[in-house]
Each structure stands twice: as structure tokens, then as C-alpha cells.
Design a protein around this ligand. Structure first.
Ligand code: DAH
Length: 344
């Protein structure tokens, strides 16, 4: 038995000497130390031996096991480090290579347009209305009645919108003009605000019309405000937005909440006034609605029209963006096709 153990020991030491990798270590471990190994077999049979043999064979096989374990451990330290170094060397990182990156997103062209217009008006002393004064879910009262558009007024037909079942008369606003009423009810003149936001119309979608679009409302109420102030502010806005003084014209119009009212046209950006498809041959493009706040509207919110006057305006954000960038279909803004969006 002693000889067998010595032979096992010698053969194990020989195998350990030949080790060249951590994989070899596993193999040697398997051959000499596993449960199926010869050494373990001997240990298992100890119980059938005489006490004398038990003592000798037991301590000898333990000593051999310990020796093999220690030597394998030394080998492992060595080869593990060696293999790790080789691996690190092979996989070394070239810090001069360009990194992988996530492309930056962009601000949506409509948001860019709103930001730009808001900034222009802020430069002229207007401030943004608070959100609670510009709700998208409105009542007919603020969207129509308080703007001098009574129940059976034909102007309601021109702005058919979406009715909710939340409560009678709760609608999605058809215009941002309701913000004027909220603002005048919650603050006293002088008032100088703009209110950008979404509006809704119940109409069939086309290249020029969408159920949802954006407007920017403006309101200025103070003492001694005249139509000349309205003209001055509008012309300055158009000059800053389109980048140069463009011919504009104020065309008399009608809005129930302003008197007098005017629509402002700007000379066609595409044909410089010669007449083309975009301007339907007229040479002019309609940009916004405006006017002097109707005395009825002022009275409705408790502002004395004998003391205060004001002007208001409302413009379509999509229209202004389309004109500036030469975009010919409003639906492009809402399709979220990055091939379109990344151009702005
Ligand atoms: N709310 C009008 C519309 O949607 C636009 C408008 C016209 C707003 C004249 C105004 C204004 O504030 O004074 O057609």
C-alpha cells in the first residue's frame, strides 16, 4: 500500500512539473484529487484496514493530498497571472480610436419656432402667461362667450372643435384667445402677455390643415394704446422674425373680440410678390389676425374701456414655420420622420 501511494505521489509530481496552463491544472486536479481518483479510493477503503494500517496509510495519503494541493496552488498562482497578462496585452485598448457615440436629439421645428417668437416678444417687454391661464381643455364660456361670440353667432361655425363628455360645454379650445380672458380676469392693467399653445379644430386633414395646431396669442392693455402701437409692434415682430424689413399690409377684417380688426399679410417669401402657387397668385401671405380689444370684452372682465384700451393678436405657428423654411405640407410636422426633423 505504501508503495502504491508513493507511486501515485511520484506520478502526480511528474504531472505537476509538466503543467503549462490553468487548464492543465484542472486536469491534474481531476486525475489525482477528484472523488474518482486512486488516492480517494484508498482513503475510502481505510475503514476496512487494520488499525495499524489505518494510521500509516491515513496519514500518508493525507500528506500526499496536501502536498499535491499546495503544489497545484503554486502553479495556479503562476499561470493565472501569466494568462491574465497575456489576455490584457492582447485586448489592450487603443485610446486614440474614435469613441462610439449616441447622436444628439434636436428641438422640434415647431418648438424652435415658438421659442424664437416668444423671445422676440419678450424683447419687446411681453411675458409668458401662466399655464393655468392658458388651458387646452376649456369651457365654451372662455373659448367663445367671453370673447363676444354668443351661442348662435356664426363665428362658432368657423371654429368647430371637439366636445368632451367631462361636463356640458367642456371643449378642446379652438383658439388661444381664451387666454386673454383668463389673464384679464386674474391681473390688472397694464397687461403685456403672450400665450403659446395647442389648439384644436374639427376639420378634415390636408396639406394645409390639421386637427391640432399651435397658436401664439398676444395681448396688451394699458392707457392710451392705439392702432399705431399695434402696427409698430407687429411690424417690428415681422422684421425680426423674417430677418429683414418685408413689405406688410394691414387688411381690414372681422373678429368678434376686436374692433377694428385687421389681418396682416406679408409679401410672399417664395415669389417676392410676383404671384405663385404658394400665395395663390396674390403675392401676399396671410400671417396673423389682430385688432383693438373690443370694449365689450373689456367690460366683460371688469376693465373700464373708457380708461383702458388694448390690442390683441393671434398667429399660427405652423404657418410661420412653413413660410420661413419653405415647407409645403403641415402634416410633416406631426409624422415624426427623423429625415424631415433633422433638417432643422
Ligand atoms: N383667434 C383667432 C383665430 O383663431 C386669431 C386672432 C385674431 C387672435 C385676432 C386675436 C385677434 O387675438 O386679435 O382665428
Amino acid at each position: 500500500m505504501k508503495e502504491t501511494l508513493e507511486k501515485i505521489h511520484a506520478s502526480a509530481l511528474e504531472a505537476i512539473e509538466k503543467i503549462q496552463s490553468t487548464a492543465d491544472i484542472e486536469e491534474v486536479k481531476n486525475t489525482y484529487l477528484s472523488r474518482k481518483s486512486e488516492l480517494n479510493n484508498i482513503k475510502k477503503n481505510l475503514k476496512d484496514m487494520s488499525n495499524e494500517d489505518k494510521r500509516i496509510v491515513g496519514s500518508m495519503s493525507n500528506m500526499i493530498t496536501k502536498d499535491i494541493e499546495e503544489k497545484l496552488n503554486e502553479k495556479f498562482q503562476f499561470f493565472y497571472q501569466k494568462e491574465l497578462n497575456e489576455k490584457l496585452e492582447k485586448e489592450s485598448i487603443d485610446v486614440t480610436l474614435p469613441g462610439s457615440y449616441t447622436p444628439f436629439g434636436k428641438v422640434h421645428p415647431l418648438t424652435q419656432t415658438v421659442d424664437e417668437i416668444v423671445e422676440i416678444f419678450q424683447g419687446m417687454g411681453f411675458s409668458l402667461v401662466h399655464n393655468e391661464n392658458s388651458p387646452e381643455v376649456e369651457t365654451e364660456y372662455f373659448n367663445f362667450d367671453m370673447l363676444n361670440i354668443p351661442q348662435d353667432h356664426p363665428a362658432r361655425d368657423m371654429q368647430d372643435t371637439f366636445y368632451t363628455k367631462v361636463a356640458p360645454n367642456v371643449i378642446l379650445r379652438s383658439q388661444t384667445s381664451g387666454a386673454q380672458v383668463h389673464e384679464m380676469l386674474s391681473s390688472k392693467p397694464p397687461i403685456r402677455v403672450i400665450a403659446p399653445g395647442r389648439v384644436y379644430r374639427c376639420e378634415s386633414v390636408s396639406a394645409r390643415k390639421n386637427n391640432l395646431f399651435h397658436q401664439i396669442e398676444g395681448l396688451l392693455v394699458d392707457k392710451d394704446i392705439t392702432f399705431a402701437d399695434l402696427k409698430g409692434v407687429m411690424n417690428e415682430f415681422l422684421r425680426l422674425y423674417f430677418g429683414s424689413a418685408r413689405p406688410t399690409r394691414f387688411r381690414s377684417s372681422f373678429f368678434p373680440f376686436t374692433e377694428p380688426s385687421a389681418e396682416i399679410d406679408v409679401q410672399c417669401i417664395m415669389c417676392q410678390g410676383k404671384g405663385c402657387r404658394v400665395c395663390s397668385g396674390t403675392g401676399w401671405l396671410e400671417i396673423l389676425g389682430s385688432g383693438m380689444v373690443d370694449p365689450n370684452v373689456l367690460k366683460g372682465v371688469g376693465i373700464d374701456p373708457e380708461v383702458y384700451t388694448g390690442f390683441a393678436f393671434g398667429m399660427g405657428v405652423e404657418r410661420l414655420a412653413m413660410l420661413k423654411w419653405g415647407i409645403d405640407d403641415i402634416r410633416l410636422f406631426f409624422n415624426n420622420d427623423t429625415r424631415f426633423l433633422k433638417q432643422f
